[in-house]
Design a protein around this ligand. Structure first.
Ligand SMILES: C[S@@+](CC[C@H](N)C(=O)[O-])C[C@H]1O[C@@H](n2cnc3c(N)ncnc32)[C@H](O)[C@@H]1O
Length: 353
């Protein structure tokens, strides 16, 4: 974890392994795949976290600067989100969105473990329709109405939710209401840090919709769409099917209908992420699949439908051990070329037209 470099020797003796710097990626150290860090003191005390180098490259490609407001549209379980918050330090904000509440709850636990939550808020929501802009400045709207009645305002985040809310959920559970998020549901804010802009905000203000003209100016500076995919480029993920069974593999990876549905979802996520980007901002689209259908084909379709989108060269990538994608300026990491998990990365900006 950035900030703990001075403890390198202590961490090495804790995990009984020499840590080598990854020469092409700032702040990254290489671990042999057989080294288990979960039981080490350094890991349990939040002095290190594990993230694949290609994932680190996708975040680096965003070129996050001090003060940026960043949107992570498929955020859970949250390794990339942690890296973004580490880069931002005590500035800007990160808004993490994921449709799976249990996965986003794990992300919240991680933020707390690594003390990274101050500038972050997490929404359980559908990334294809999520519409909330970053809180750049408070609108300054009055805290009471004309009759002098006070509006409800967000106080500091408390992990224990009010009794009324817990009761409502218990009733829903008893009635067997599905835990899956439905597209018609309002996004659910499941965490916000002290400096995320939420504290002090009127409750009805958070959910206000903005006209598109305002999004162009006040949208996010950076957006990551690390889209749901078949994960076929991730050896670690593919290995898990030995436990999950090959029927699950058939259903999740080989089923043509599911992969077709995924490419539609990926395009929708990319399109909505781009909608929430400010003019001149940058968006990175990544997947850990290596198929053309989930990567270059999605990019081509997206560019043909969005005339204000332009593909950008990833300047940080000069020394990266990866290949070019089928479309110029896009990148492909794979286990053999890069000694990383497979990852496709494309970067866009929004033009003022
Ligand atoms: C590849 S994983 C993201 C990994 C994450 N960026 C990280 O670094 O840990 C894809 C995520 O997309 C989420 N997802 C799937 N459909 C979604 C949707 N419609 N809106 C938002 N998130 C979605 C999944 O729940 C999953 O957590």
């Amino acid at each position: 974890k950035p900030g703990y470099e001075d403890l390198l020797e202590e961490i090495e003796s804790d995990i009984r392994c020499k840590l080598e710097r990854v020469c092409w990626l700032h702040n990254f150290y290489h671990l042999q795949p057989d080294v288990r860090i979960a039981s080490s003191k350094a890991y349990q005390e939040g002095k290190m976290y594990g993230i694949d180098a290609a994932s680190g490259a996708a975040v680096t490609a965003l070129d996050i600067s001090v003060g940026d407001h960043v949107l992570d549209l498929c955020a859970a379980p949250g390794a990339k989100l942690c890296m973004m918050l580490d880069i931002l330090g005590s500035s800007g904000s990160v808004t993490g969105v994921d449709i799976a509440k249990h996965r986003l709850a794990a992300c919240r636990t991680m933020l707390q473990k690594y003390s990274l939550g101050g500038h972050c808020r997490l929404f359980v929501a559908d990334g294809t329709s999520f519409s909330h802009l970053p809180v750049r400045v408070h609108s300054g709207s009055p805290l009471q109405n004309e009759n002098g009645e006070k509006f409800e305002v967000y106080g500091e985040w408390k992990s224990r939710r009010p009794w009324k809310e817990r009761k409502k959920e218990a009733i829903a559970r008893e009635k067997g209401v599905s835990k899956l998020f439905s597209p018609t549901q309002e996004p659910e804010l499941i965490f916000y840090g002290r400096y995320s802009g939420v504290v002090g905000m009127r409750k009805n203000e958070l959910y206000q919709k903005m006209p598109i003209s305002e999004v162009l100016q006040l949208g996010y500076d950076k957006v990551l769409v690390d889209a749901e995919c078949t994960h076929d480029g991730s050896i670690k993920h593919v290995q898990k099917f030995e436990q999950w069974g090959w029927t699950t593999f058939q259903r999740r990876v080989l089923d043509a209908e599911r992969t077709d549905d995924l490419t539609i979802l990926q395009l929708q996520l990319l399109t909505n992420g781009f909608r929430l980007l400010r003019v001149g901002g940058a968006l990175v689209y990544s997947t850990c699949s290596l198929t053309f259908a989930q990567n270059e084909d999605v990019v081509e379709r997206f560019l043909s439908e969005n005339t204000s989108a332009e593909l950008l060269e990833i300047t940080a990538a000069k020394n990266w051990p990866c290949k070019s994608g089928r479309i110029q300026k896009t990148l492909r990491f794979d286990p053999l070329t890069s000694c990383t998990s497979g990852l496709f990365v494309a970067k866009f900006t929004k033009l003022a037209i």
